[in-house]
Design a binder for this molecule. Structure first.
Ligand code: ATP
Ligand code: MG
Length: 440
């Protein structure tokens, strides 16, 4: 991609409205633009990251046996009156009236909507289990939208809903999603920790929040260091015993907690060297809530003995747009962002330091062509800008690799190849640069 065609409105100075580093860097790097409080437009660079996160989340949902659908953002208020949540949700819900005076709302979540859909095709125990997900915008009129996309009002969430015949089967669905979340966050380049959670307004009796550690996290987390070092298991979704073991390993006696009463126990039981007290950002949440919604919304199945029972449900959310900010919170330095390769908007930033020098322009565009032909995603800064500006932008935007073309190197047939995260740099031939980037 040519920078002259791909708008990245970078800013040199810190925007005054941003309190935390991810918000500052997303505005300075031209990833998003605020449209109104807690509502953002996704500019080309931010949109690429969002789509990459979405694709990784989707791949692991599919691997875990969930099936994708797409429900609307606008829902009928009647559904929520039936579940009893229309009043409960209070001021966080954005209520809308259409031209026929029908009450509508912008969905903050989709338990009611999915029940209405599932009631159409769940008739018998033979129709179970099912697990449906979608990746769709939500709206919650947060009291204090802040920290950019981390606590927005409009935000993108992957949410799914499991339907099972009994509690044992529902637990298995929960365990599958538990593993899917561990694997998803790892694939994004993050270490996640499941924390036992209160289930809040959704209600229910089994719930974990998945947090990633970062200084600006909104909640305190206490855990045993061993929890952070455990290898994330393979996709053993069809092995109930292995799944149970995995959940036990991450939720055992020294599992993470944000309970204010637990630190004392921690200090007694976990050796100093292994005790982690940190801040966490919630990036995912899993709930098991039984028949709370299926009963009220009439999602019932026939059992072999002829009786009819409401199905057992769970719901599971990942904050896709929050993750863009959360990844930056976890991965940055004083010069800018440091994208983990799986979610980097481009793998390579190519800068031509002397755009109006024909030899440099020729060398840079040859480098661009060979990277592109090899399928490497590269943003080529082909603007007529000062060298210092281009180099500062490369560091700010944080693509894993930087290739710098300048007149002195071109004279000797070399380019400068730099790894953004480590700062390591080498003068290599363009062929070598390509090979090293492909080999990484
Ligand atoms: P929080 O405690 O942060 O308000 P929540 O418990 O209300 O989160 P859930 O209803 O569990 O959130 O939503 C699932 C996921 O959606 C959360 O884990 C989070 O990653 C994301 N999320 C929730 N609210 C927001 C928001 N206002 N902006 C961006 N992402 C959000
Ligand atoms: Mg909330």
């Amino acid at each position: 991609m040519l920078r002259t065609r791909f708008p990245v409105p970078t800013q040199k100075d810190d925007p005054s409205e941003a309190q935390i580093v991810s918000h500052r860097l997303m505005l300075r790097g031209g990833l998003v633009r605020q449209a109104s409080a807690g509502i953002y437009s996704w500019l080309p660079l931010g949109f690429r990251v969002l789509k990459k996160i979405e694709a990784i989340v989707r791949a692991e949902q599919n691997a875990a046996g969930a099936v994708e659908v797409l429900m609307p953002t606008i829902q009928a208020a009647d559904l929520w009156k039936t579940s009893g949540r229309y009043e409960d949700y209070g001021l966080e819900m954005l209520r809308i009236t259409d031209r026929h005076e029908r009450e509508m709302l912008y969905g903050p979540t989709n338990e009611e909507q999915i029940c209405e859909i599932a009631a159409e095709f769940l008739k018998s125990y033979r129709d179970l289990p099912k697990n449906l997900y979608h990746i769709q915008w939500k709206f919650r009129d947060e009291l204090r939208p802040r920290f950019g996309v981390m606590r927005g009002r409009e935000f993108l969430m992957k949410d799914n809903y499991s339907f099972d015949v009994d509690e044992a089967a529902a637990r298995l669905s929960y365990h599958r999603m538990f593993l899917a979340y561990l694997r998803t966050f790892q694939a994004l380049g993050l270490t996640s920790i499941p924390v036992r959670a209160e289930s809040g307004p959704i209600g229910g009796d089994m719930s974990h929040e998945f947090v990633i550690l970062a200084d600006t996290g909104e909640s305190g987390v206490f855990c045993d260091r061993g929890l952070l070092d455990q290898p994330v298991p393979g996709p053993v979704y069809d092995d109930p015993e292995a799944l149970q073991e995995i959940v036990d390993r991450w939720t055992g006696p020294y599992a993470a907690t944000d309970d204010m009463h637990e630190p004392a126990r921690f200090e007694r039981e976990v050796p100093d060297s292994k005790r982690v007290e940190a801040r966490g950002i919630e990036v995912g949440h899993v709930f098991y809530f039984g028949t709370k919604y299926s009963e009220k919304l009439g999602v019932l199945v026939d059992l072999p003995d002829g009786s009819r029972v409401p199905v057992q449900m769970g719901s599971y959310g990942v904050g896709v747009s929050r993750l863009v900010g959360a990844i930056i919170e976890a991965c940055h330095d004083e010069r800018g962002m440091l994208w983990p390769a799986p979610v980097a908007p481009f793998q390579v930033g190519l800068a031509n330091l002397r755009q109006n020098d024909p030899a440099c322009a020729e060398s840079a565009s040859a480098m661009y062509d060979s990277l592109t032909a090899a399928g490497v995603e590269v943003l080529y800064d082909d603007r007529e800008e000062r060298a210092g500006t281009k180099l500062a932008d490369l560091d700010l935007l944080g693509f894993p690799w930087q290739v710098v073309v300048g007149p002195r190197g071109v004279a000797r047939g070399v380019v400068e190849l730099r790894a953004r995260a480590t700062g390591e740099s080498a003068e290599v031939t363009p062929e070598d640069a390509l090979q090293r980037i492909q080999g990484a």
